[in-house]
Design a protein around this ligand. Structure first.
Ligand SMILES: *[C@@H]1O[C@H](CO)[C@@H](O)[C@H](O)[C@H]1NC(C)=O
Ligand SMILES: *[C@@H]1O[C@H](CO)[C@@H](O)[C@H](O)[C@H]1NC(C)=O
Ligand SMILES: *[C@@H]1O[C@H](CO)[C@@H](O)[C@H](O)[C@H]1NC(C)=O
Ligand SMILES: *[C@@H]1O[C@H](CO)[C@@H](O)[C@H](O)[C@H]1NC(C)=O
Ligand SMILES: *[C@@H]1O[C@H](CO)[C@@H](O)[C@H](O)[C@H]1NC(C)=O
Ligand SMILES: *[C@@H]1O[C@H](CO)[C@@H](O)[C@H](O)[C@H]1NC(C)=O
Ligand SMILES: *[C@@H]1O[C@H](CO)[C@@H](O)[C@H](O)[C@H]1NC(C)=O
Ligand SMILES: *[C@@H]1O[C@H](CO)[C@@H](O)[C@H](O)[C@H]1NC(C)=O
Ligand SMILES: *[C@@H]1O[C@H](CO)[C@@H](O)[C@H](O)[C@H]1NC(C)=O
Ligand SMILES: *[C@@H]1O[C@H](CO)[C@@H](O)[C@H](O)[C@H]1NC(C)=O
Ligand SMILES: *[C@@H]1O[C@H](CO)[C@@H](O)[C@H](O)[C@H]1NC(C)=O
Ligand SMILES: [Zn+2]
Length: 382
């Protein structure tokens, strides 16, 4: 008991230190200097020759990957000007196509099917700034789908672990955040493979889902992802939060107008027959503050808010089949152990169970935080 209270005191102390210093780079005990591409660098030839990459390359049936030439960037933007108006490659960036045209490809997941259901997703994490935001979600008993950038997992591994501790669903969002349709096959495979490897290394799970940066996907890229057993996850509501100053040019008020529209849609029948998946970002203080600001109104306007896996009844979102995730009914029926939004639920009667669960996760959080302090201290000392 004394040990536990020492832990709690230490944890509180550290938590307050970290709250003040969110975003101080730290040294972790995870090594990314070998076996991974350099952080924030598009995987190059040296990452293609490794035995593990050769092995995964061999496991791909390349005759199922359409022979579509990589797209081009002009001044940093996709060149759509020479593309056929018949959209032969189901190129999302052209006209938001989510139903592939090449044979054997599964449709993208772009909305939660159940009426009034909002698939809650955040891209571009993890980052040290997210601690306060994750505290908020935890306080709301809310889980979401997190699309993690491999390079950010390498920089902020303890934040990545927290997503799993908090029962969020973790998916791949590439290693270096490129326009995927502009890459070669080798590069596409490496962006996905090394991010998946980083998540497995740090979080001990192998995601079966990914989201293309900027939504930039076509049938060639889909075919590679599908053979890595990953669903391609898009969205049907874009908050445009990432366009907000300072990352972009939108004012805070412009983003508020977009969220007001979403609240209106929740109430006016737009989602009476099927649901939504939103695009929001765990990018900076601005996007995370907007998420917190609008959460109560979104929650009031929609019947259910939940991770994508749950709204799709994907109860095994990782290759590790012994890990299960709550289904739609698990969450709305109130019989969940996932700690999610119970709105619409009835008969939930597990207060004893849930308090012991939260105690356990509290202790494990505190120990994660303690490891972080040790890491921070040692990086200060050396
Ligand atoms: C992550 O945090 C660092 C500060 O430590 C910041 O410079 C960087 O922009 C953040 N990354 C993203 C994607 O927000
Ligand atoms: C880092 O430390 C944690 C906590 O002791 C441990 O669970 C994890 O396996 C370690 N990771 C590596 C790569 O050594
Ligand atoms: C992956 O396999 C394809 C098909 O066999 C081959 O063309 C390509 O060169 C391989 N990539 C690497 C990096 O070896
Ligand atoms: C690869 O895919 C092609 C086209 O779908 C199929 O005909 C072939 O049998 C597959 N090869 C293997 C080894 O599975
Ligand atoms: C995809 O899943 C199948 C079936 O579980 C497995 O045999 C295969 O190795 C997986 N492929 C990859 C690239 O992980
Ligand atoms: C619902 O509200 C949205 C956002 O204001 C609007 O675009 C849409 O036309 C409305 N739909 C209906 C059926 O009123
Ligand atoms: C984060 O954003 C909120 C809302 O815009 C603002 O009140 C707060 O001062 C910002 N915090 C930091 C550290 O910039
Ligand atoms: C999820 O399962 C529930 C209960 O069986 C069902 O009503 C719902 O349609 C399912 N949704 C999907 C996307 O499979
Ligand atoms: C799942 O199995 C792996 C490997 O057998 C094991 O390390 C892990 O602890 C198991 N996880 C759960 C949640 O049972
Ligand atoms: C969190 O949500 C789950 C169901 O999704 C519910 O069983 C649990 O009681 C909730 N916990 C709190 C503290 O509201
Ligand atoms: C919940 O548990 C309490 C105490 O065990 C019991 O009195 C109550 O009837 C239960 N409620 C439901 C809905 O099962
Ligand atoms: Zn992104």
């Amino acid at each position: 008991m004394g040990f536990i209270s020492l832990f709690i005191i230490l944890g509180t102390l550290i938590a307050s230190v970290i709250a003040q210093q969110q975003c101080v780079p730290y040294t972790s005990n995870y090594t990314f200097t070998t076996g991974f591409p350099p952080i924030w660098v598009k995987p190059g030839a040296e990452t293609f020759t490794t035995a593990e990459f050769q092995q995964v390359n061999k496991s791909i049936n390349w005759s199922m990957v359409p022979n579509i030439p990589p797209n081009k960037l002009v001044n940093g933007a996709l060149d759509l000007s020479t593309y056929s108006t018949s959209d032969p490659n189901c190129w999302w960036s052209y006209k938001n196509c989510v139903t592939p045209k090449a044979p054997g490809l599964k449709p993208d997941i772009s909305r939660c099917p159940e009426p009034g259901t909002w698939g809650l997703t955040y891209d571009d994490g993890p980052n040290c700034t997210h601690n306060e935001f994750y505290d908020f979600l935890k306080g709301q008993n809310q889980t979401a789908t997190m699309y993690f950038i491999g390079s950010n997992v390498a920089d902020w591994p303890y934040e990545a672990q927290r997503a799993i501790t908090d029962k969020h669903q973790v998916c791949v969002h590439t290693w270096s955040h490129p326009y995927m349709t502009t890459l070669t096959n080798d590069e596409v495979l490496a962006e996905l493979f090394y991010t998946r490897k980083a998540i497995k290394y740090v979080c001990k799970v192998t995601p079966l889902c990914w989201r293309p940066p900027f939504g930039d996907v076509d049938d060639r890229v889909r075919a590679i992802a599908q053979q890595l057993n990953m669903t391609t996850d898009i969205w049907n509501l874009d908050s445009n939060d990432f366009r907000m100053i300072p990352a972009g040019t939108f004012t805070s008020a412009q983003v508020d107008t977009i969220f007001e529209g979403f609240v209106e849609m929740g109430k006016n029948g737009t989602f009476a027959t099927s649901g939504a998946i939103t695009l929001q970002h765990e990018l900076n203080n601005g996007t995370m503050s907007k998420a917190q600001q609008w959460y109560p109104q979104i929650k009031a306007a929609y019947k259910h808010l939940m991770p994508v896996a749950s709204c799709m009844n994907i109860t095994h979102p990782y290759a590790e089949t012994n890990i299960t995730y709550p289904s739609f009914n698990d969450l709305v029926g109130g019989s969940s152990t996932s700690g999610n939004n119970p709105s619409g639920g009835s008969g939930s009667n597990s207060s004893k169970k849930s308090s012991s669960v939260s105690m356990t996760s509290c202790i494990s959080l505190i120990s994660t935080v303690s490891i972080m302090l040790i890491a921070q201290l040692s990086s200060t000392l050396f």
